[in-house]
Design a protein around this ligand. Structure first.
Ligand code: ADP
Length: 630
């Protein structure tokens, strides 16, 4: 693209127009945040230049100081924020201020409802950044010069936020970016030096560069730094107030909503590093994109290195935000080197433990917040059971389940809760995996256990079957899937003791097996059923329904596994079946029994039309009771 010496007009990307309108509306009551966004961008720009200057010190030569300046002109009604950072070239300014790079923008916009509070939260998560200037300004002018380019290669970008902007070439004597807002009439409060000073304090105390405020009467040298100019994490914990930690979070995570908890630690000795890690209170819209993890911000000796250092935490903790400042890494670490550096591996392992401890503390001290955490990120944390054998016990302690003792569908039971409240002689922890929370609750497999008052954990996330293969034990007790074979199979003696006569029963089982031979492995009498006539049971090590779907979705062939059919011989339908002498009728009933069992597992029927025909045949039969009366 060629930028001219006169203004050329461009149109915003359609999504931006929509976002601008919604934002001005929904963030109106929060509008001071524009200042945070501008200071934050200026600080990032300074960080980026300092990083580039590691390899090219000349970039800093003519203007060594990295600072931020805010100035006021009440007469003109303007407020200006300038930095001496990396700046933008003409191409960059068009790309960065004219389009939204976020891949999920359209999807995100679809979630906005027009209800201010709800939208404000979402927009906060999304990160409105620069565009928030249009909440308070009629016109915004950005002048910038990329570090390394000459004075004649400056660029000016101007917009009123209505849909278009202009770009032109300018002379800009100094490096960096200057953003000037012509404030709306109802936003003139931001021209009041006291108000402004207060806000700058609030939004820049954690920033590592001096932020100076130049008021109308100040001379050339008059402006004084309002903030300490020290990176927040380098200061002692005792000196930092919660509000500062929160502000720093908003700056680093680009998230409006307060985090649930955080942990700030300095490690000294063999390896020196500082970490400040936060647990957000809401999942970002791209949490499930395992290919684009965000990672933490990496600094080396306070020099910004990378926005998205993914090497410092495992994938299953990808929701954690914050920074790591390591002293022992080389300043020109590349991504590849980071991967191999033994220091990085050691820090990763320590940070992983730190996060798990932070979550454990949250669970103990603030169960309400932990419940929020679990709702937002539980399914991600779970992946750690499979991915991180070394921390499996710790992660297992953090899991929460819905169970037959839960309040409705709440995931409010831990494995420890289970073990603590189970009878001392119960040596297994029972669980069941269902297609959905409701399907799990209604599963026939629970009937006998429910009668006995035994608690069963109810799982229904799509990865749960896969996951539970890795979680075999907790606190010395084995985890046992109640829908599986083995310990629950009836002992021979017990079969003989109950219900129909053994010989008739054998006959019945054989007849059913003959009808259903293509769909099932064995037919037997069940001990787990009380109300339902039948259910399906896999062997202990076989692949179940959920795992089969998961494999199929991933394009793999699932190994064959055929369930067995268990019957409740106290059920009238089973009794009727046993007494049925007509073969076609017997077959119809047997198939219905199997279809029902499949439905109860939340599984689709192979031939739904045949099922409907069978049911209708039965429904159309004359009522035997009515016949008797006639
Ligand atoms: P974010 O900061 O979340 O990326 P913004 O909308 O605030 O989103 O900014 C968009 C992009 O514009 C930034 O990523 C950056 O590349 C560029 N930018 C904004 N302000 C500045 C600045 N002061 N100096 C250099 N680049 C900037």
């Amino acid at each position: 693209m060629t930028v001219q010496n006169q203004p050329t007009t461009f149109s915003f990307q359609a999504e931006i127009k929509q976002l601008l309108r919604l934002m001005v509306h929904s963030l109106y009551s929060n509008r001071e945040i524009f200042l945070r966004e501008l200071i934050s961008n200026a600080s990032d720009a300074n960080d980026k230049l300092r990083f580039e200057a590691l390899a090219a010190p000349d970039l800093l030569a003519d203007q060594p100081e990295l600072a931020i300046q805010i100035s006021l002109d009440p007469a003109a009604g303007t407020l200006t924020v300038s930095d001496s950072g990396i700046g933008m070239s003409a191409d960059e300014i068009v790309a960065q201020l004219g389009t939204i790079a976020h891949s999920g923008t359209a999807e995100f916009l679809g979630k906005l409802t027009g209800e201010s509070r709800h939208d404000a939260e979402l927009i906060g998560q999304f990160g409105v950044g620069f565009y928030s200037v249009f909440i308070v300004a009629d016109q915004v002018e950005v002048s910038s010069r990329r570090a390394g380019l000459g004075a004649a290669e400056g660029v000016r970008w101007v917009s009123d936020g209505e849909g278009e902007y202009t770009v032109e070439k300018i002379d800009k004597p100094d490096r960096g970016t200057q953003v000037t807002l012509t404030l709306k009439d109802d936003a003139r409060e931001f021209l009041d030096p006291l108000t402004l000073e207060h806000l700058i304090h609030k939004y820049s105390d954690h920033i590592a560069f001096p932020v100076r405020l130049r008021k109308p009467g100040d001379g050339e040298s008059g402006a004084e730094a309002v903030n300490q100019g020290k990176a927040l994490w380098t200061r002692p914990r005792a000196e930092i107030g919660d509000e500062e930690y929160l502000e720093f979070y908003r700056h680093t995570a680009h998230d409006f909503a307060a985090p649930l908890t955080w942990s700030h630690n300095r490690v000294e000795g063999k390896r020196e590093y500082t970490s400040l890690l936060y647990v957000p209170s809401a999942a970002p819209f791209d949490l499930w994109n395992r290919e684009a993890p965000k990672g933490v911000k990496l600094y080396v000796q306070r020099v910004f290195i990378s926005d998205q250092a993914t090497q410092f935490l495992p994938l299953y903790l990808r929701f954690v935000r914050g920074i790591v400042d390591a002293s022992d890494l080389s300043l020109n670490v590349s991504r590849e080197l980071l991967q191999q550096d033994p220091n990085v591996a050691a820090i990763k392992s320590a940070l992983t433990k730190r996060v798990l401890e932070m979550l454990d503390r949250l669970a103990q001290d603030e169960p309400g917040k932990y419940a929020t955490f679990w709702k937002e990120f539980g399914a991600v944390l779970k992946e750690g059971i499979a991915e991180d054998p070394g921390n499996r016990d710790k992660i297992a302690g953090l899991l929460r389940f819905n169970s037959t003792r839960s309040d409705g569908l709440a995931q409010d039971r831990s494995l420890k809760d289970y073990v603590d409240s189970a009878p001392a002689d119960q040596d297994q922890i029972y669980f069941l995996i269902g297609e959905s929370p409701t399907a799990a609750r209604g599963s026939p497999h629970l009937e006998a256990l429910r009668d006995r008052g035994t608690e069963v954990l109810l799982l229904s996330d799509r990865i749960d079957e896969w996951l539970m293969q890795y979680l075999r034990e907790f606190a010395g007790k084995k985890l046992k899937d109640v829908s599986r074979d083995a310990p629950e199979s009836p002992a021979e003696g017990e079969i003989a003791a109950a219900g129909t006569e053994p010989k008739e029963r054998k006959q019945l089982l054989k007849r059913i097996k003959r009808v259903l031979r293509d769909s099932i492995d064995e037919v037997r009498i069940s001990r787990r059923l009380k109300e339902s006539p039948a259910c399906l049971v896999f062997k202990e090590e076989e692949i179940g329904f959920q795992m089969r779907e998961l494999l199929k979705a991933a394009g793999h062939d699932a190994p064959a596994s055929v369930p067995s059919l268990e019957l409740n011989d106290a059920h009238p339908l089973v009794t009727r079946l046993a007494a049925e002498t007509q073969e076609p009728k017997f077959e119809l009933l047997a198939r219905l029994l199997f279809d029902q069992a499949l439905l109860l597992e939340g599984q689709p029927l192979e031939d739904p039309a045949a099922f409907v025909r069978r049911v209708n045949t039965l429904l159309a039969e004359p009522d035997p009771a009515a016949q008797g009366a006639a």
